[in-house]
Write a protein that binds this ligand. Structure first.
Ligand SMILES: Nc1nc2c(ncn2[C@@H]2O[C@H](COP(=O)(O)OP(=O)(O)OP(=O)(O)O)[C@@H](O)[C@H]2O)c(=O)[nH]1
Ligand SMILES: [Mg+2]
Ligand SMILES: [Zn+2]
Length: 324
């Protein structure tokens, strides 16, 4: 057996058979930082419920092949968290991991084009909570904000800051708020997600112009009806850390969970949950509901409560016919 040294690193991108591994900085300046690697056959069999045995974001151990250039992934470290979607086609019961080991997932919204959609943010926050991914919010296209939208944007910012989510207001085209947001990304693995056209790729280009990620005009997008960004990859940031552009949150959908679990992912509801009159309170129609009282008293934002009900009803509909 070979006793050649091993190196730890992170998977930046994958073609399905090759993986680009960024090796952690070590003392040797000559060592290539990004190594094209393959996996040992056995990993393919280990996890049959997942379509990709090695995912973008994975922490791995590699060993150099005899050519001293390419690598072999010999170990995949335990994942902190993951963002996945259901596999396509015949493998619908399998999971496809889009990115793993995420330090923060950012919901990117535009002030307009497409319209600001807090209900979408609330669904995203539930999804992030379920997957144990710290979340944040970026409100982009601030240059398009008119007088009428000012109060709404201020309300949205205050709403999520009150819940302790980091919130940044930016304009990718006017380069406003970009350096503050950039500072928040440093040394972390960040994912941007949000509706097509919100400016995710433009924001990444604003902080890392060298990446030159493809962006498209709204009209081009509507004509094609599809997202510009298709494959997830970890892009190294100029000041340290990584960012992943995603083709929009639509892919991730809302998570499947029991309706009774939903309230735990609305963080501001949690202190009230034990005070409801009924143990199985769904915080919808029941009398003596402490969550509804908190909404009436102004301690919970009514829009957040509306989002809760909307997700609750969709989960309850999804349970019809499951014999519950
Ligand atoms: N006015 C204005 N336009 C912006 C801003 N940021 C992005 N845009 C424009 O919005 C359009 C869409 O931007 P993209 O960065 O491609 O959007 P995206 O979120 O990456 O979209 P997908 O990749 O399709 O999901 C482009 O025409 C950008 O130039 C901004 O801050 N202000
Ligand atoms: Mg994009
Ligand atoms: Zn209740």
């Amino acid at each position: 057996m070979s006793s050649s040294p091993t190196y730890e690193g992170r998977v930046l991108r994958s073609t399905g058979s090759w993986y680009e591994v960024q090796v952690d900085p070590v003392d040797d300046p000559d060592m290539p930082r990004v190594v094209d690697s393959r996996i040992r056959g056995k990993f393919r069999l280990d996890e049959t419920d997942v379509t990709n045995p090695v995912a973008v974001g994975d922490r791995v151990t590699i060993r150099y092949n005899e050519d001293d250039e390419t690598g072999m992934i010999i170990d995949i470290h335990e994942r902190q968290n993951r963002l996945s979607r259901r596999a396509a086609g015949r493998r619908v019961n399998q999971e496809h991991i889009i990115v793993s080991n995420i330090d923060r997932a950012w919901a990117v919204q535009a002030v307009q084009q497409p319209p600001l959609n807090p209900a979408f943010v609330d669904r995203f926050l539930v999804m992030a909570g379920v997957h144990d991914i710290p979340a944040g919010l970026v409100i982009n296209k601030m240059d398009l904000m008119d007088d009428e939208q000012q109060a709404e944007v201020a309300d949205v910012v205050a709403r999520y800051e009150a819940l302790d989510y980091p919130v940044y207001c930016t304009s990718a085209t006017a380069q406003a708020g970009i350096s503050d947001w950039h500072a928040a990304l440093r040394d972390q693995v960040n994912v941007v997600t949000g509706p097509s056209g919100a400016g995710k790729s433009s924001l990444i280009n604003a902080i890392a112009p060298d990446l030159d990620i493809e962006t498209k005009s709204i009209s081009e997008q509507t004509q094609k009806g599809r997202h510009t960004t298709t494959f997830a990859a970890l892009h190294p940031l100029p000041d340290g850390g990584h960012i992943v552009d995603t083709p929009g949150v639509r892919e991730f959908g809302i998570v499947e969970m029991h309706p009774a679990d939903l309230c735990h992912f609305f963080v501001e509801f949690v202190p009230y949950l034990d005070a409801c009159k009924f143990d199985d309170c769904t915080h919808d129609h029941e009398p003596g509901c402490a969550v509804k009282n908190a909404v009436d008293e102004g301690a919970i934002h009514p829009a957040r409560y509306e989002s809760y009900l909307s997700i609750l009803y969709s989960l309850q509909d999804g349970m019809e016919g499951t014999g519950r």
